[in-house]
Design a protein around this ligand. Sequence first.
Ligand SMILES: Cc1cc2nc3c(=O)[nH]c(=O)nc-3n(C[C@H](O)[C@H](O)[C@H](O)COP(=O)(O)OP(=O)(O)OC[C@H]3O[C@@H](n4cnc5c(N)ncnc54)[C@H](O)[C@@H]3O)c2cc1C
Length: 452
Amino acid sequence: MKKIFINKTARRRFLKTSLSGLALATLPGISFAQSNPDVVVIGAGSAGLSAMAELKRRGITAICIEGMNRIGGRCYTDNSIFGVPADIGAHWLHGFSKNKIAEFGKKHKDKFKVYKEKGSRSFVYDGKRKVDGDELWKIYEQIKEIKYTRSSDVPMIDLIPEKIKRNSWFDTVHKMVDEGRDLSNFTLGDDNGNWNDPGSGDGLCREGYGALLAYYRKDVPVKLNTIVNEIKWGGKGVQVVTNKGTINAKACIVTVSVGVLKAGKIKFTPALPPKKYEAFEGISMGFSNRVLMQLKKKFMGKFKDDSYLYTKCKSNGAKSPETFYGLLKMSGSNVSLFGISGQFSKDLENQGSEAMIDFVINDLKSTFGSKFYKKYFIKAYASGWANNPFTFGAYSGALPGKATLRPELKKQVGNRVFFAGEATASAFATVHGADRSGVRAVTDLFISPALG
Ligand SMILES: Cc1cc2nc3c(=O)[nH]c(=O)nc-3n(C[C@H](O)[C@H](O)[C@H](O)COP(=O)(O)OP(=O)(O)OC[C@H]3O[C@@H](n4cnc5c(N)ncnc54)[C@H](O)[C@@H]3O)c2cc1C
């Protein structure tokens, strides 16, 4: 996510050894012999870990199962690529003033440096020319005004006056505000109709948001490499069918992404009510990826940390402008983050990680000179969230005309199948929202007759 994510009034906007790896290695194992628990939690991202912790706190027997070989889901820090922390998914601690995970990090100063983002130090380039950015910020403010005051459930692009769309900075601004969905596929009905977060502002964590989340949940037991294929809920309780056997329980909490649900990767027997499937279609996944690049210290030599880079995009009003934003020198490291989004992100991901990295390098060459690669480049990595079978996208967003379906996502079914995850949260598309949704789902379970 990027600058406009950075405050939710303007809503949305790196330990040498991997802390997330450490947390994983020390997780106690669980065998299915210990099952049949009262509750099965499916997925060990922010929401699943939160639900499991809450069940444990309330003394309920539960098992949390995760398809991947690690915890964290879409919030994961890798230290092995560059030897320094690199967030492959979530990076900004949104809703910072009331973000519990941030609060936890601030209390563990020996392990984490969690800090409020220092405002917006930005570099704006028109080709090779560094410009003051006044024209870009003027367009940005005009679009921001539309973004935070309108709530029609129509494509946001239709709400933008032609004069703004014709401005030569529009394509750049389009990608600054798009939340993983091109503006022709993005509705303010969702943003201003369904969003509610008591917190404001954005923070950063030097050790990475994924590392922080993993440490926050280091005591939550998770059974890894356990893929759920089917949930049978027609009889008494639920039978959760996995690649490692079937778990019987009174209830389950499903925390997988709407991308996974929409793809039908988990079969529900009997089928869920039709409105649920409508919601999986209507609140679909947006696309966002990170190209992370380790650059020599002399790149932007004078500037130490967390500066934004915007370049003039020349997509000529394309539906999905082909550009990125940069967050240079993350937390003072020599790794910079380049974010791409929307259909362009998905199309580029389909071409492979080399194509993604080449795109960013070529754009940086046209800004910083043809010798950019030779002078500054060390190493790069590109994420692939759209094709990841455990996510099928980056985060949820309503399609135009479908915003009213979001509340359907969190409704429980049959007093035994409960739903959590970012898409069900009022601060959707965020880690802290997903965290809260885990507790909310456990509350729903307690007020239902599920536990008997
Ligand atoms: C590129 C990118 C940038 C982002 N930037 C930010 C940001 O800066 N700040 C922010 O707050 N948020 C950001 N987000 C969003 C944030 O990462 C998510 O909203 C949040 O992490 C979702 O948590 P979750 O628990 O709901 O889902 P997930 O993290 O997806 O967890 C669900 C888990 O279920 C598992 N699973 C899936 N299918 C199965 C199955 N069949 N069986 C068993 N397990 C299964 C998955 O492997 C996963 O671990 C970003 C996301 C991406 C991808």
